[in-house]
Design a protein around this ligand. Sequence first.
Ligand SMILES: *[C@@H]1O[C@H](CO)[C@@H](O)[C@H](O)[C@H]1NC(C)=O
Ligand SMILES: *[C@@H]1O[C@H](CO)[C@@H](O)[C@H](O)[C@H]1NC(C)=O
Ligand SMILES: *[C@@H]1O[C@H](CO)[C@@H](O)[C@H](O)[C@H]1NC(C)=O
Ligand SMILES: *[C@@H]1O[C@H](CO)[C@@H](O)[C@H](O)[C@H]1NC(C)=O
Ligand SMILES: *[C@@H]1O[C@H](CO)[C@@H](O)[C@H](O)[C@H]1NC(C)=O
Length: 450
Amino acid sequence: MARRRPCELLLALALASAATAVLVAAGAQAQETCSGAVPAPPRRGARVSVASFGGVGDGRTLNTGAFARAVARIDRLRAPGGAELYVPPGMWLTGPFNLTSRMTLFLARGAVIRATQDTPSWPLIQPLPSYGRGRELPGGRYISLIHGSGLQDVVITGENGTIDGQGSVWWDMWKKRTLLYTRPHLLELMSSSDIIVSNVVFQDSPFWNIHPVYCSNVVIRNVTVLAPHDSPNTDGIDPDSSSNVCIEDCYISTGDDAVAIKSGWDEYGIAYGHPSSDITVRRITGSSPFAGFAVGSETSGGVENVLAEHLNFFGSGFGIHIKTNTGRGGFIRNITVSDVTLDNVRYGLRITGDVGDHPDDRYNRSAFPVVDALTIKNVQGQNIREAGLIKGITDSAFSRICLSNVKLSGGAPVRPWRCEAVTGGAIDVQPSPCTELTSTSGTSFCTNSL
Ligand SMILES: *[C@@H]1O[C@H](CO)[C@@H](O)[C@H](O)[C@H]1NC(C)=O
Ligand SMILES: *[C@@H]1O[C@H](CO)[C@@H](O)[C@H](O)[C@H]1NC(C)=O
Ligand SMILES: *[C@@H]1O[C@H](CO)[C@@H](O)[C@H](O)[C@H]1NC(C)=O
Ligand SMILES: *[C@@H]1O[C@H](CO)[C@@H](O)[C@H](O)[C@H]1NC(C)=O
Ligand SMILES: *[C@@H]1O[C@H](CO)[C@@H](O)[C@H](O)[C@H]1NC(C)=O
C-alpha cells in the first residue's frame, strides 16, 4: 500500500529537509567568497543625503559642490563608525569629487551618479610615480570621477545604482587625437586600505573603470561593468601595485581587458618597486574584444601569488592574456588560472614578452621581466580559433609554464599552439601542445603544482 500514515509522512519530510539542509550546508561550504578578506566595516553612526547639501537629481543640475560638501560634512562629523553618504533615486550629474575615510557611498535603486561631459572642467592630478607620466600622454592626468587617496575603510555599495561616466566624449577625443592629457577613470583609490565595492553598476567609463593603486585589503564583488566593445581602453577592474585584493561575482563587458593586474611601467615602475600580490579573482563572466583575464602589460613592480578561478568568457579576443615586455623588468610568478570556460574566443591563451609600448625611450634595454611558475588548468573552450601563443624573451625564457587539462575546440580545426623561449609541461592538452612544453624538465613542476 502506497499511502503513508501522517507520522510516516512527517518523518519522511523531516528526513528530506535534513538532507536538504546538509546539501545546502555543503553547497555553502563549497562556495568560497571574499568575506573576511577585509574587516567588516563598522555600523555607520550617521547618514547624510546628497540632497541635503543643495543636490538636485534632475540630470541637469551640476552636483559637484553638493557631493564635496556632503563628504566634507562626513569628514568633520567624525561619527562613531563613520557615516553614510546616501544618493537617492535620481540622475545626479556631477564633476569629479573625493571621498574620505570611514564612509559608505550608498546608491539607492534608481540612483545614477553621472559624470559631466564638460571635459575642460576636470581637474588634473600628478602622474602616478610608478608610471612616470600619464598612461596615454605625457604630464598629469584627469582625476577620476570618484577619487580617494590615503583613505581607510571606504565602502561603495547600494541597490544596484549606477556610476555613469558618459565616456563617449572622451572616446571621441581619443579617436580624433585631441586629448590633452590621459583620460580619467570612473573610480580610482590610491594608497588606501579596507575598501569594499559591491552591488553597483559602472557604465561607460572614459578610461579604465575601477583602479585601486597602491592599495591593500580590497574587495570588489557583485558589480556590473559595462561599456561598448568599441570604446577604447575601458578596462573593467585593474588592481595596480596592490595587495590582498579579492574580486568575485562580477559581470564585465567592456572595450578592453575585463580584469587586468598591473604594477607600474618600465623604469618608473622598476624604481617604485611596488608589486601586486595575493590577488584572488573568481566567478567572473563577460566579454571583451581583448582579454577576459589579464596580467600586464604594466608589471614592472612585479605580480605574484594570484589565483583566478571559475571564469567564463564569451565573444572575446583572448581568454587569458599574460603580457609583458623587454624594458619592463619586474616579475610575473606563481599565477594559477583554473576552471575556465570559453566560447567564441579568438585565442584561448597568450603569454607574451613583446606587448605594450614604453613611456619614453629612456627604458632599460636589459631590464628583462622574469616569468615563472604559471599554471593554467581545467580550461574548456569551444568555437576557439587559435589555441594560443606562448612566446618568451630569448634572453629571459619563460619557465615552469604548466598547462593541464586544457581542451580547446573550434568550428574549424583550432590552429595549433605556437611556442618560443619557454619551458614547462603539458598534461592532457588539446590540441596537442607544442614540443617546448613536452620535451623539457618542466613536467615535474606541472605534476607537483596540480
Ligand atoms: C582630491 O584628491 C586629490 C588627490 O589627493 C587632490 O589632489 C585634490 O586636490 C583633491 N580635490 C579636492 C577638491 O579636494
Ligand atoms: C548583488 O547585487 C544585487 C543588486 O544590488 C543584490 O540584489 C544582491 O543581493 C547582491 N548579492 C549579494 C550576494 O550581495
Ligand atoms: C543590476 O543592473 C545591471 C545593469 O542594468 C543588470 O544587468 C543586473 O541584472 C542588475 N542586477 C540586479 C540584481 O538587479
Ligand atoms: C602562490 O600563490 C598562492 C595564492 O594564489 C599562495 O597561497 C601560495 O602560498 C603561493 N606560493 C608561494 C610559494 O608563494
Ligand atoms: C638595467 O637593468 C639591468 C637588469 O635588471 C640592471 O642590471 C642594470 O643596472 C639596469 N641599468 C640601469 C641603468 O638601471
